[in-house]
Write a protein that binds this ligand. Structure first.
Ligand SMILES: [Zn+2]
Length: 133
């Protein structure tokens, strides 16, 4: 499989997110002490400073908060993808995710309902992207 776009840097903190994505599941970090849900993950809860953190499934549903269309490729791998749409999605559970809006992206409207879709790009990386619901 050949993929020439940038890939996420997977570390011990975000590995559970990418492991879940590989199984086509979306998860967000959850504070075991206060229940705060967040993404991206952090080693301690920004609300209560607890270090007890776990991961919880997210529905994959959200609303489109914003987007931008890229008409210039800042990495060679995007040359054939122009123009592509980068979106900001507010998950039903609260956290914001930056991703790509795929499918019928031209029909996007602020506040539109979106649903996660998964794109396997390498043997180890599957990217969560969003499509209009
Ligand atoms: Zn907390």
């Amino acid at each position: 499989m050949s993929y020439d776009k940038p890939l996420p840097r997977i570390d011990t903190l975000n590995k559970p997110f990418w492991d879940a994505a590989r199984e086509e599941k979306l998860v967000v970090q959850c504070c075991d002490a206060c229940g705060d849900l967040r993404f991206p993950p952090s080693p301690v809860c920004p609300k209560c400073l607890s270090a007890a953190q776990s991961w919880t499934p997210a529905s994959g549903k959200g609303t489109l908060e914003s987007w931008v269309d890229f008409h210039r490729a800042y990495w060679g791998g995007f040359n054939d993808a122009l123009p592509y749409r980068v979106c900001l999605v507010r998950l039903e559970e609260g956290p914001l995710l930056v991703s790509n809006l795929v499918g019928n992206a031209g029909a996007a409207k602020l506040g539109a309902a979106v649903q996660v879709v998964f794109e396997r790009v390498t043997d180890t990386v599957t990217l969560p992207k969003f499509a209009l619901a």
